[in-house]
Write a protein that binds this ligand. Structure first.
Ligand code: MN
Length: 308
């Protein structure tokens, strides 16, 4: 794959009849090294076996691919051509055995590790947030304990007490902490506001209501410093008015503009992996949520491109 290969022109992708993420080149799985030369790889993970309420997130990779075809490479705020700076490939979807949750985690971790072994940064498109754990395991195995920015309405630190299972979409951050995938003191949670049966520590949506996005981002930048940073972005952090297509919506969240500003503000940090999860495209209206997810992914890719 030659450097400088970028998006298919709009007309060409229409003729092509397929829509890879952002009209990007697709990884060639017949080649001995499908990700060779890539700076970033987008991986769809069509899995929603960990949802506790409304399923459907398995359809998100296809739905986000479709609307991402509208997005152009030039980032008007950063004033940078993202995909010219960062050779990005659509790595297709992770082929999953949907009835074996433990094997699903193993397969996802292996696929993300393959992206990392090629020297590329993984951008995982879920799927429910269950997929964040194997992704974090692969990225931490490569980079060591991580700083993690977790944007979500929920803590996602549940145990088996509610559903009788240690693994579902409300648990990945608990495992990531207990497995030391996250450096102590380096979990930055933004957008929390869901109710819970017992008191919980941690910043809430209120922190964002009291402070501007710029102030919040400045504090996180200072705290993270040079550490390798992973961003796990649950779309339900965003208000259901802006992101109706999600399985466990909670009123009172970020606006889509705040979400984009927040990610933009992380410019300069060392992003080593990202996921965007919990888009339930079957509950979406007018593709609002899918468009936002694609825009958030572009923000993440821009962060990585600017550091390239
Ligand atoms: Mn979540």
């Amino acid at each position: 794959m030659a450097a400088g290969v970028s998006q298919l022109p709009t007309g060409e992708y229409l003729r092509h009849g397929q829509t890879p993420f952002f009209r990007l080149p697709q990884a060639d799985f017949h080649a001995p090294a499908p990700y060779a030369g890539a700076g970033a790889v987008l991986l769809g993970v069509p899995y929603d076996g960990g949802t506790t309420h409304q399923p459907g997130a398995r359809h998100a990779p296809a739905a986000i691919r479709r609307v991402s075809g509208l997005i152009h490479s030039y980032h008007p705020v950063h004033q940078a051509d993202v995909f010219r700076k960062l050779l990005t490939l659509d790595g297709g979807n992770v082929p999953l055995p949907p009835f074996d949750a433990a094997l699903v985690r193993t397969v996802i971790q292996r696929e993300v590790a393959q992206v990392l072994q090629a020297g590329a940064t993984p951008f995982v498109v879920g799927g429910d947030q269950t997929v964040a754990l194997p992704s974090l395991r692969a990225v931490a195995a490569c980079h060591g304990p991580l700083a993690v920015v977790h944007v979500d309405a929920h803590h996602d630190t549940s145990g088996p007490e509610v559903w009788g299972d240690a693994y579902h979409h409300g648990t990945p951050l608990r495992h990531a902490l207990s497995e030391d995938l996250i450096e102590r003191g380096q979990l930055w949670q933004v957008g929390l506001r869901a109710s819970w049966g017992t008191p919980r520590r941690g910043p809430s949506m209120e922190a964002l209501e009291r402070r501007s996005v710029a102030e919040l981002v400045a504090a996180i930048r200072l705290g993270v410093g040079e550490r390798p940073l992973y961003v796990t972005f649950d779309i339900d952090a965003v208000d259901p008015a802006f992101a109706p297509g999600t399985g466990t919506p909670v009123p009172g969240g970020l606006t889509s503009r705040e979400a984009l500003q927040f990610l933009r503000g992380l410019k300069g940090l060392r992003l080593v992996g990202m996921d965007v999860v919990e888009v339930c495209s079957v509950l979406d209206h007018a593709d609002i949520t899918c468009h936002l997810a694609a825009a958030l992914l572009l923000e993440g890719l821009a962060l990585r491109a600017l550091a390239a």
